[in-house]
Design a protein around this ligand. Structure first.
Ligand code: NI
Length: 217
């Protein structure tokens, strides 16, 4: 099995599948997660190849992209891996990670059960905070027709995945409903370390945002 070739082919497949995606789950999101995941995997001693494949394929079946699907089964990822003729064990490991790792609301637990899954989930969550996370939040909100901020609409701590999916609140609420919670949900020491810096930046951003909202300098 030529791992480099498999990674290259998977990269091309994902690029094509996500072409034109502009709501924050475009190819460059995958690319950033892929790079971070490699960095974390090395620091944490996780299986690099599983991490790389899962990072590349983690959004191919995302419910936010496939809006009419309630299923958690990563059918497209599985199909792709089967077509590549990698081992069934590898296919199962990668698909298990993809199924386990998605964020489903502040009070809805998502349990990642393998070290490789923890690494990819951390990398994905890190791309949702910091400067990139802020940019992505507004891109996603814009794509869904949401306001930047509405002081009359308060943030909600979603207790079910169904509620989280139906949420139509302004984007600033998303900071309180998801982004600021992520640093405490990191799995690995390396992930926690990076998250602490990115979290601090979000807090600085919010501080300025509300100052300017109130008409302060
Ligand atoms: Ni993602």
């Amino acid at each position: 099995m030529d791992q480099d070739l498999i990674l290259k082919q998977t990269e091309d497949f994902v690029k094509q599948a996500l072409a034109g995606e502009s709501s924050g789950h475009d190819w460059w999101h995958i690319h950033r997660v892929y790079r971070l995941a490699i960095k974390i995997a090395k620091a944490e001693g996780a299986d690099l190849f599983i991490v790389q494949l899962a990072a590349l394929l983690h959004d191919i079946d995302d419910y936010k992209l496939v809006l009419d699907s309630d299923s958690d089964d990563p059918g497209r990822a599985r199909e792709w891996l089967e077509q590549l003729k990698v081992s069934p064990e590898l296919t199962d490991s990668v698909c298990q990670i993809i199924t386990e790792m998605s964020f489903k609301g502040a009070r809805v637990s998502s349990n990642v059960t393998t070290k490789e899954g923890m690494v990819v989930q951390d990398a994905d969550r890190l791309d949702a905070i910091g400067a990139i996370g802020i940019a992505r939040a507004f891109a996603y909100g814009g794509a869904r027709g949401r306001l930047i901020h509405d002081p009359e609409v308060k943030p909600v701590q979603h207790t079910s995945f169904a509620d989280y999916k139906k949420n139509t609140g302004p984007t600033i609420n998303h900071f309180y409903e998801k982004m600021l919670l992520l640093k405490d949900l990191m799995n690995t020491p390396t992930g926690k370390q990076i998250a602490a810096m990115r979290h601090q930046f979000i807090e600085q951003f919010l501080d300025r945002f509300f100052k300017e909202w109130r008409g302060q300098w």
